[in-house]
Design a protein around this ligand. Structure first.
Ligand code: SF4
Length: 172
């Protein structure tokens, strides 16, 4: 559990992802991460390979209108949603699955998804773990309820913390 990233609620946050063990990917339901120009380049480079694995309705939408909507978050366009789920969702994140097949699960998906529920407060620039009852969390996603797990988030999110540390180093 050795990490150097300062996470303001590291002592109290609990979290366990149970995707595939009772959760079918609720965090991608109406999931609308924003995509930076660099992330768009990466997704574009894999799009032909990704498309056949998407839900037919998402394939059609992307072929017609693209995968980015006109809505923006943090100054960048957000992924589209169709039939309640992110266009890249099909029994899990297809960008994640193809990334894993290619050797690194997080390499093609937006960083906001890769780090979830670890995030950075845009006002204070502080890292924190999203939890009900912390920082005015609005999302009713059950896994953000600290009562759902007794596991310390800094243990279960070791990969995400390591990724955030890499992001911090590369942005210096
Ligand atoms: S890009 Fe992948 S992880 Fe992110 S919301 Fe879409 S399906 Fe979920």
């Amino acid at each position: 559990m050795a990490f150097s990233l300062p996470i303001v609620n590291s002592k109290t946050a609990t979290f366990e992802c149970i995707f595939g063990r009772g959760c079918e990917g609720h965090c991608c339901k109406n999931g609308r991460p924003s995509v930076t120009p660099q992330e768009k380049k990466v997704i574009d480079s894999k799009l032909e390979e990704v498309l056949p694995h998407l839900r037919p309705v998402a394939q059609k939408l992307i072929e017609k209108d693209g995968y980015l909507s006109k809505r923006t978050k943090l100054g960048a366009p957000m992924l589209r949603v169709i039939e309640e789920y992110c266009v890249f969702f099909n029994k899990g994140c297809v960008l994640h699955k193809i990334g894993a097949q290619d050797g690194a699960a997080y390499q093609y998906k937006p960083i906001q998804c890769a780090l979830f529920p670890l995030t950075k407060d845009e006002d204070t620039n502080e890292w924190y773990i999203r939890q009900w009852g912390y920082g005015g969390e609005q999302w009713d996603l059950f896994c953000l309820n600290p009562k759902e797990s007794k596991k310390k988030a800094v243990v279960t999110l070791a990969e995400e913390i390591a990724l955030a540390e890499e992001c911090e180093k590369s942005s210096r």
